[in-house]
Design a protein around this ligand. Structure first.
Ligand code: HEC
Length: 142
């Protein structure tokens, strides 16, 4: 058998090595890898305010005038259905017209692509990262 070591090598390189063997034949990354990527983004950009478990109790929360939303209860607050579109818009922040006061939540649509030079690519990356975050938050609902 020559194929097995090749597959194992590809899995190691692509970072999917910890996934169950049932997923190894698929061309698309397993769902668990996507939520893992979303988790990495969440820990880097969101946990300081929203907390490690997304309950709104991060170390920076006390300094804010508006308490960060408990992101693990978005579905519960919406009659049991995870409001993916609204969450996407809330994270992006660019399409919301500021009505009154300052918005405490950073406008992530302007920041999540800071490391990408090309404008068109940046927009794609921003959308992709927001999507990963939304899908990660979906897995946290309780
Ligand atoms: C500086 C603190 C801070 C950081 C960092 C932060 N948030 Fe927030 N977030 C808030 C606050 C405060 C609110 C409450 C509403 C508001 O101020 O707009 C909020 C609200 C939200 C909402 C709206 C929930 C609803 O009711 O629809 C979502 C979704 C959200 N945050 C996701 C995120 C994600 C994802 C990240 C990381 C990319 C993040 N937040 C990072 C402070 C923060």
């Amino acid at each position: 058998m020559v194929a097995l070591p090749l597959v194992a090598g590809w899995l190691t390189l692509s970072g999917f090595a910890q996934d169950p063997p049932a997923n190894t034949a698929g061309a698309t990354p397993p769902a668990s890898s996507l939520s893992e990527a979303g988790r990495t983004l969440y820990m880097r950009y969101c946990a300081s305010c929203h907390g490690m478990d997304a309950r709104g109790d991060g170390p920076a929360a006390a300094a804010l005038r508006v308490p960060p939303t408990d992101l693990a209860r978005l579905a519960r607050a919406n009659h049991g259905a995870f409001p993916a579109a609204r969450v996407t818009d809330a994270i992006d922040g660019r399409i919301r017209i500021p009505v009154h006061g300052t918005r405490e939540m950073p406008i992530w649509g302007e920041r999540l692509g800071d490391d990408i030079g090309n404008r068109d690519t940046r927009e794609e990356v921003v959308r992709g990262r927001i999507w990963l975050l939304v899908e990660y938050l979906r897995t946290l609902q309780r």
